[in-house]
Write a protein that binds this ligand. Structure first.
Ligand code: ZN
Length: 235
């Protein structure tokens, strides 16, 4: 048999090989479908559909979004004929995905949404604050109950927000640090004495009565001069 779609011959051959391996291991398998039995499956399908649509509109669509949507739809389906159609769609998406991987030159990793390391954040939602972490692969974990160490996760931060934290404000770890640093500089500006230092021949400041050299007030004024105009001249 020959196919018109590029890459489908290789896909079918790979599936054939895998099916032979499965048959050898488990034989001809018979199971109930089990799909569409739980209300949350309908919700999952809606969330996956929305996530995929928004990813497409926001131009950050990935194969994850697409396959997840197809899979969620299949899992929510009760009618065997419709389920069969959904499963064919999953297989077609897998074929397209594999063809994409096989024809990438050079093989590239999706760096668009990847951070080099995990980034902590605080999520503010309806008056509550939760700590979370964004992993390098985009997966996001949110601690929902610190006392009992309960957490929720999602394939992406966007998925997490859409899954129950609409309109949440995200405060990133480095933003927190920057804000704290500016507060510290502001505090330093309040505490530092503007009166110029006068050092004796030991290098001690006579004005501030310190034996440290240079006087801490000199160091403080240097820091304030270097960092003390927050956001001035920035976009
Ligand atoms: Zn001084």
């Amino acid at each position: 048999m020959s196919f018109t779609t590029p890459g489908l011959q290789a896909f079918a051959a790979a599936v054939d090989t895998e099916r032979q391996r499965q048959l050898a291991k488990w034989g001809d398998q018979r199971h109930p479908d089990g799909t569409g039995q739980y209300p949350e499956l309908i919700v999952d399908a809606d969330v996956a559909r929305m996530a995929c649509q928004q990813a497409a509109e926001g131009e950050y669509l990935t194969w994850l979004h697409i396959l997840r949507e197809e899979a969620a739809e299949a899992l929510a389906e009760t009618d065997p004929a419709k389920l069969r159609t959904e499963l064919v769609q999953i297989a077609a998406v897998c074929a397209a995905w594999i063809h994409d991987i096989d024809t990438r030159t050079p093989p590239q990793t999706d760096t668009k949404t990847e951070a080099p390391f995990a980034i902590g954040f605080r999520l503010h939602h309806h008056g509550n604050a939760y700590d979370g972490v964004l992993l390098p692969g985009g997966q996001t974990i949110l601690v929902t109950d610190p006392a009992d160490l309960l957490a929720t996760g999602a394939p992406t931060l966007d998925d997490l927000l859409r899954g129950g934290y609409h309109g949440a404000h995200i405060e990133w770890g480095h933003q927190t640090l920057h804000a704290e640093f500016q507060r510290a500089i502001g505090l330093l500006a309040t505490l530092a004495d503007p009166e110029p230092c006068r050092h004796d021949h030991h290098g001690h400041c006579r004005i501030h009565g310190t034996t440290a050299s240079p006087c801490p007030h000199v160091s403080a004024r240097e820091l304030i001069t270097r960092h003390g105009r927050p956001e001035a001249g920035r976009g």
